[in-house]
Design a protein around this ligand. Sequence first.
Ligand code: HEC
Length: 148
Amino acid sequence: MNLKSLCIIVLLLSFYLLPHGAGAADVRGTIKYRQNYMNAISGHTGALRRLKDGLFSAEGHLQMHAEALAKLAGDITLLFPEGTSLGKTDAKPEIWENWADFEARAAETQQAAQALLDAVESGDGAAIDARFGEFTDTCKACHRPFRK
Ligand code: HEC
């Protein structure tokens, strides 16, 4: 083997074996984005709790947070593309090993967020309390098996 073909082989190998610059940045960006997104869900959830408990009151805010949660909860699975289990993440590899189960947990959160929005629109305080509790239970139901 001459030097030139050796160089080509080394170049090709390094291309396949080393993490690609853009790919690594995408993974980092995706992990950061999903953590921001989860914190947005958490922020709306905490804000809604304060409002429903009467600790603060502002026209339309209960509705605003409930609508945001119904939207955000619908796209959780998009935040977990394959290949984003490594790096500064608390996502467990089990997510991708049990994807159907993970999707089912996300669907439960989506349904619970919609039920919470319906309760908020009905204006029934007892129903809002009940649906809120069920909604936050669905966060734990996913975090327990799938988050470090
Ligand atoms: C279908 C699964 C799933 C559901 C449902 C879910 N989470 Fe998460 N959550 C995760 C995973 C996985 C992580 C870890 C993400 C990471 O570190 O990459 C996470 C991370 C978080 C974090 C930490 C973000 C950070 O800065 O590291 C918060 C806060 C959070 N979730 C809040 C919530 C709340 C509140 C709910 C319910 C309203 C919820 N999550 C519903 C899977 C879920």
